[in-house]
Design a protein. Structure first.
Length: 338
């Protein structure tokens, strides 16, 4: 007896799914096990990489007089697709003698973006005609906080930045180099730590490969670092050096760290290692974890902001029906009743 057509279709589809997954797994295995040593960064093309990546031992951690940390957060409050309301904020913390002495949750800034906003968000300090989105607005706010941290830090301190030292391409080219110059003049070190890097070797994740190689070279409980690359000459990027470092002997992960080109990488890394021994996430600077928590825009904050926005729209004469039809999430309602 022949099977129903629908059953045959399901069998055929299942076989096709297995075949496609097997094909992807084979290609992925070829990349992960390959011998291609070409280093790249798919998200950027402004780095000139070291010809040989060789892990080096990192000396015992030091304790700077202060460690400052900056992070930013964002949240979508209302979405009409053609119009969106976002909020952004940045956070600033300072650790001194192992204690958090500054814990500043920056003010919440609301932004209206979309086709209905004539000319878009007004940002006079940005290039004329530059497209504006929430990533740019958050990045701009973070760099303002980094500048404030540099100005408040005492000589010998470190200012940590979440991510990298490469600003959004729409931010004026002199902003970050200007902050770096101020840091150098004040005797303050800058370091940016990326949680999940796009650095690759032979198409495979570079940092994972370096973690395995360093463990074979030094053993499982060793701090180490690797010079990876520098900004190309003539690049629009700030003049940077990029390294990968494992900052705590109990850390499972290493991280990409961006430093100004004039920095002594080993000296800065040993200093950052001094605040990277948190039991919850060893190897990642604890002050950045605190800044991340402060800058986050959790669900309750989005809900409260929406209620305040909804009330303001009502006071401005926008009817409940108009508000509902503009901002109701039809997709979520269909899923709820599906």
């Amino acid at each position: 007896m022949s099977q129903p057509a629908a059953t045959l279709d399901r069998v055929t589809i299942a076989a096709a799914e297995r075949d496609s997954l097997s094909e992807v797994a084979g290609r992925l295995a070829g990349i992960l096990l390959g011998r291609d040593r070409t280093v790249s960064d798919p998200s950027a093309s402004e780095l000139e990489f070291e010809p040989v990546l060789e892990p080096r031992r990192l000396e015992a951690p030091g304790r700077p007089p202060e460690v400052w940390a900056v992070d930013g957060g964002q949240a979508l409050v209302a979405d009409a697709r053609c119009l969106q309301v976002f909020v952004t904020r940045s956070a600033l913390v300072c650790f001194r003698d192992g204690r958090c002495v500054v814990e500043e949750e920056g003010p919440l800034h609301a932004h209206l973006l979309g086709t209905g906003e004539a000319g878009g968000q007004r940002t006079p300090d940005l290039p004329e005609g530059a497209p504006v989105d929430v990533n740019l607005l958050r990045d701009r706010e973070e760099w303002m906080a980094v500048a404030a941290a540099v100005d408040r830090a005492v000589p010998g301190s470190v200012v940590l930045v979440d991510g990298d030292l490469v600003p959004d391409w729409r931010i004026p080219a002199d902003v970050v180099p200007g902050i770096i110059e101020r840091a150098v003049a004040r005797g303050v070190s800058l370091a940016a730590v990326t949680k999940h890097s796009s650095l690759a070797r032979g198409g495979a994740p570079l940092i994972g490969q370096l973690e395995l190689e360093a463990a074979q070279l030094f053993g499982p409980r060793t701090r180490w670092w690797v010079p990876v690359g520098r900004t190309r000459e003539g690049s629009r990027w700030p003049d940077l050096q990029v390294v990968v470092a494992r900052l705590d002997p109990d850390a499972r992960y290493a991280f990409r760290v961006d430093l100004p080109s004039g920095s002594d990488p080993e000296a800065v890394l040993t200093t950052v290692a001094g605040v990277s021994d948190d039991a919850g996430f060893p190897g990642y600077p604890y002050p950045l974890s605190v800044a991340d928590r402060l800058a986050a825009c959790p669900g309750w904050l989005r809900a409260e902001t929406w209620l305040a926005l909804d009330e303001a729209l009502e006071q401005a004469g926008v009817s409940a029906e108009t508000r509902e039809r503009a901002f109701d999430d039809r997709h979520r309602m269909m899923e709820r009743h599906g």
